[in-house]
Ligand binder design. Structure first.
Ligand code: HEM
Length: 440
């Protein structure tokens, strides 16, 4: 497989563009499919016979997926995103306790302040031609700053975490690079946990450490939970039962597990928050500005106060979903999608970008960006038990970002033709790699 090759890029673009066929074969060397239509995707995401834990992946069970499979970096993260049933409820419940609406609401003044600072710095970011890459200097540092503030991650780690996240989510990197990036993120997060253990604060990491039940002392030492964790991991290895990579699989349903986070789960939760918490919102802000640049008549409606910024954000989420296709799920029984049988254990991706443009759901003009469209029930934040935990935060950030950006620079426009903007590599993220603009 040449993951950065033209064939994968073309397939990724086709996946983004159309819900005409469903399911669609996954590009790459692992046989899998993508659900590309709204209704089918909604049903699929809510289907109790569909699992997220990779122990249900038929090829893993047969030992056919090499330990270096590129997407192991995601499939093997230990945390709520790879957990099912009671195990998922426990992990999500613990994270939710620490990620309260009050904590999100309390971030508002801080987000406004960071937004103002970044906007004030933009003129100084212009190159010799007066062009500034808005993705790099605004759309990225805002959500990254917010999630790091929320998690209590020191500013010194941020760019490193962003680079590693990008390598992890970019399917143009090799398997070894993606895994190395995940290891790198874990190393940084181990340091973050150590920092917060030494000096707990009001941040989410400190709250999760407290939830974990060990606000002090090195991991596992004199800590019965450490023993419990070893037992649990052994169990999941036995469940999967084949080879080294299966030993690394995150645990399956563990029903009566205690209301605690193991060290692995704490690390997995933090990793998920960092990765999910910034790369996605970065794409949302980028895609919204890009869409408004391409549709100045709609921007005019918003600036005239006839349409809200919330409507812009929702239409962007539908029309240009920040996540193109993600994450893997595995039917635990043969699944029929639009007359096509998807065998049990097949990796299936949610095709959020294609589903957002499904004419069966949004009408024949589904492919048109229209901020006056009555609020569409898009699936860009997922659906069902794994619905995005950060959706309120992402919406808050995007609205604050856009409102203040256009207040400061109402004449902002693209510096190059839209068609020349480079799409993100791979088929997970859905955005462009840079957004060169003139501030007006
Ligand atoms: C889950 C999208 C921002 C944290 C998800 C899922 C989607 C998604 C589609 C569902 C995955 C699945 O089906 O399994 C987005 C988009 C965002 C965004 C489009 C921004 C525009 C955030 C932020 C956070 C976050 C800011 C902050 C912490 C999570 C977590 C989950 C999740 C923890 C896993 C929930 C679970 O498995 O129960 N997100 N997300 N996301 N998201 Fe977001």
């Amino acid at each position: 497989m040449d993951p950065s090759g033209a064939a994968v890029q073309a397939e990724a673009a086709a996946l983004r563009e159309s819900a005409a066929a469903c399911p669609v074969l996954l590009p790459g060397d692992v046989p899998g499919v993508v659900i590309t239509r709204h209704r089918e995707l909604r049903d699929f995401l809510a289907d109790p016979a569909v699992a997220k834990n990779a122990r249900h992946f038929a090829a893993f069970q047969r030992g056919e997926i090499p330990a270096q499979w590129q997407l192991n970096a995601f499939a093997l993260v230990s945390g709520m995103t790879t957990a099912d049933g009671d195990d998922h409820r426990r992990l999500r419940g613990l994270a939710t306790k620490a990620f309260t609406p009050r904590r999100v609401a309390a971030m508002r003044p801080w987000i406004e302040k960071l937004t103002g600072d970044l906007l004030a710095e933009l003129p100084g970011r212009r190159d010799a031609d007066g062009v500034v890459d808005l993705r790099r200097w605004f759309a990225y540092p805002l959500p990254m700053g917010v999630i790091c503030e929320l998690l209590g991650v020191d500013t010194a780690y941020r760019d490193r975490l962003h680079g590693l996240t990008h390598r992890m989510v970019s399917t143009s990197t090799t398997a070894a690079e993606a895994m190395a990036a995940q290891v790198g993120i874990h190393e940084v997060l181990a340091q973050v946990v150590a920092d917060r253990r030494a000096a707990p604060g009001e941040d989410l990491t400190s709250a999760l450490i407290a939830v974990r039940g060990g606000g002090h002392g090195p991991d596992g030492e004199g800590d019965t939970e450490g023993d419990a964790r070893e037992e649990t991991e052994g169990e999941s290895g036995r469940d999967a039962g084949h080879g080294r990579e299966q030993d690394a699989l995150p645990g399956g349903d563990r029903g009566s597990a205690p209301e605690r986070l193991s060290d692995d789960e704490l690390a997995g939760t933090l990793l998920l928050m960092i990765v999910a918490g910034h790369e996605t919102t970065l794409n949302l802000i980028t895609n919204a500005v890009r869409a408004l640049c391409a549709h100045p008549e709609q921007l005019a409606l918003v600036l005239a106060g006839e349409v809200t910024w919330d409507a812009v954000v929702e239409e962007t989420l539908r029309w240009d979903s920040p996540v193109a296709n993600f994450p893997f799920r595995y039917p635990t029984a043969d699944l029929v999608v639009d007359g096509v049988t998807v065998p049990r254990g097949t990796p299936v991706l949610a095709g959020y970008a294609a589903a957002g443009r499904d004419p069966r759901e949004y009408g024949q003009d589904a492919g048109r960006f229209d901020v006056t469209r009555p609020a569409a029930r898009h699936l860009a934040f997922g659906h069902g038990a794994h619905y995005c935990l950060g959706a309120p935060l992402a919406r808050l950030e995007a609205v604050i970002a856009l409102r203040n950006l256009y207040r400061a620079y109402p004449g902002l426009r693209l510096a190059v033709p839209d068609a020349t903007l480079p799409p993100l590599p791979g088929f997970i993220g859905n955005s462009v790699g840079e957004l060169p603009v003139r501030l007006g």
